[in-house]
Design a protein around this ligand. Structure first.
Ligand code: FES
Length: 136
C-alpha cells in the first residue's frame, strides 16, 4: 500500500486521543486520532468554536460519555463523525483527515499530508497549551 503509516493501532487509547503532527509542505498540523467502533478517525486538533483552542494539549484529550470533549467551553463531539453534539459550536464538525486501519496500524490516506512525528508540534506548544497560526 502507498499510504503512510502514522501510528500503531494499539497506541490509540480507548479513553483519550493520540496526538500526532503531520506536515503539509512547510506547515505542520496537529491531528488527534480517536477510536470508534473498532475503527480510528483523525481530526485536526482545533475546536470549531475557537480555532486556536486545541482539543488535545499534548497528553490526550478528554472523552465524556464516549464523546470528545473541548474543555474550554464544554463542547462535545461524536468520535465517529466529528459532529458537535453539544456546546457553543453545536452542529459544526471537526475537520477530518482521512486515515485507514490495516494490519494493526493507522495509515494516512491524504496525499497532501505526510507524517512528521508523534506528539505536539513542539515542546513550547505543549507547555503553553496554545498554538499559533502564523499567517492563517
Ligand atoms: S473553544 Fe472549544 S468549546 Fe469553546
Amino acid at each position: 500500500m502507498d499510504d503512510e503509516r502514522i501510528a500503531s493501532l494499539e497506541d490509540v487509547p480507548d479513553d483519550s486521543t493520540l496526538l500526532v503532527t503531520l506536515r503539509n509542505g512547510f506547515e505542520k498540523v496537529e491531528v488527534v486520532l480517536t477510536r470508534f467502533d473498532g475503527d480510528v478517525a483523525a481530526w485536526k486538533n482545533t475546536c470549531p468554536h475557537w480555532s486556536d483552542v486545541r482539543l488535545d494539549k499534548g497528553s490526550g484529550a478528554e472523552l465524556r460519555d464516549g464523546e470528545l470533549l473541548c474543555t474550554r467551553h464544554g463542547a462535545t463531539f461524536d468520535t465517529a463523525s466529528g459532529h458537535c453534539t453539544h456546546g457553543p459550536c453545536e452542529g459544526a464538525y471537526l475537520e477530518e483527515i482521512d486515515v485507514v486501519v490495516e494490519e494493526g496500524a493507522v495509515y494516512l490516506e491524504e496525499s497532501t499530508y505526510s507524517f512528521d512525528h508523534l506528539g505536539p508540534k513542539s515542546d513550547r506548544d505543549r507547555s503553553s497549551g496554545r498554538i499559533g497560526f502564523g499567517g492563517n
